[in-house]
Design a protein around this ligand. Structure first.
Ligand SMILES: [Fe+2]
Ligand SMILES: [Fe+2]
Length: 203
C-alpha cells in the first residue's frame, strides 16, 4: 500500500514536493523535540549527534525539493504539506501517549520520564523510518528521480541501533513497553497515510 502510494506521489511534481516538505517538517519536529528533552547538564555525544543528524535530514529533504520543482514549498505553511493534520500532530501525539504510559506504568517523572520517553518514542520512529525510507528510495530509483534519500537511510539505521543499546542499558524488559508504543504509532501512521491517499486522489 505504501509503495503504490509513493509511486503515485513521485509521478506528480506538486505532490512530490509536498511529500518531501512533509518529511522535512517531521525531521525538523523530531530534531526540536530531541533538543527540548535534553537534560540541563547530562548531555552525551549520542544525543548531540542525534539532534544534529535529524536537523540535517530536515535541511537535506528541503534541499531535495528543488530537484523536483524550483521555488516551491519554501516554508512549512499548511498549504505546502501533505496529510496536514497527521503531519503536524504525529510526533506530538506519540510523545503524549508515551509520556502518559510511562508515568502510569513505570511511575516515572521529571528527567527520568523525559529521557525514557525520548528513547521509546525515538525507537518507534526509527523502526518506522527504517521501513519507510528504503521503500521510498526504491520508488525513487525505479522512477529515475533526481532525488535520493540514501544518506538518510544509513543514519536512521545508526539511530535505531543506538536506541536499542541505550534501552538495553536503562530498562529491563523494555521490549514489551516498546510494543505498546509501536501499536499506537502504527495507528497514527495508518491514519496519516490514509489521509495522504485521499488527498492525492481527490486532486
Ligand atoms: Fe531522521
Ligand atoms: Fe533518526
Amino acid at each position: 500500500m505504501v509503495q503504490s502510494l509513493l509511486e503515485k506521489i513521485v509521478q506528480n511534481k506538486n505532490h512530490h514536493a509536498k511529500w518531501l516538505n512533509s518529511l522535512s517538517f517531521l525531521e525538523n519536529c523530531g530534531a526540536r523535540k530531541i533538543s527540548k528533552s535534553e537534560h540541563r547538564s547530562d548531555v552525551d555525544i549520542m544525543v548531540l549527534k542525534h539532534a544534529a543528524e535529524e536537523h540535517r535530514h530536515a535541511f537535506y529533504l528541503k534541499k531535495m525539493i528543488s530537484r523536483v520543482d524550483q521555488n516551491t514549498c519554501l516554508t512549512y505553511r499548511d498549504e505546502e504539506l501533505l496529510g496536514l493534520y497527521g503531519t503536524k500532530h504525529y510526533l506530538h501525539k506519540l510523545d503524549i501517549f508515551t509520556s502518559k504510559y510511562l508515568s502510569k506504568k513505570l511511575n516515572l517523572s521529571g528527567n527520568d520520564l523525559k529521557y525514557m520517553a525520548y528513547l521509546l518514542v525515538t525507537y518507534a520512529i526509527e523502526v518506522r523510518a527504517d521501513e519507510l525510507y528504503p521503500v521510498y528510495q526504491k520508488v525513487l530509483k525505479k522512477a529515475k528521480s533526481k532525488v535520493s534519500v540514501y544518506t538518510i537511510i544509513k543514519e536512521e539505521e545508526g539511530h535505531l541501533e543506538e536506541m536499542i543499546v541505550s534501552l538495553n542499558k536503562r530498562l529491563v524488559g523494555w521490549e514489551k513497553h516498546a510494543e505498546i508504543i509501536q501499536e499506537y504509532e502504527h495507528e497514527l501512521f495508518q491514519v496519516w497515510i490514509g489521509a495522504i491517499q485521499e488527498e492525492i486522489e481527490s486532486v
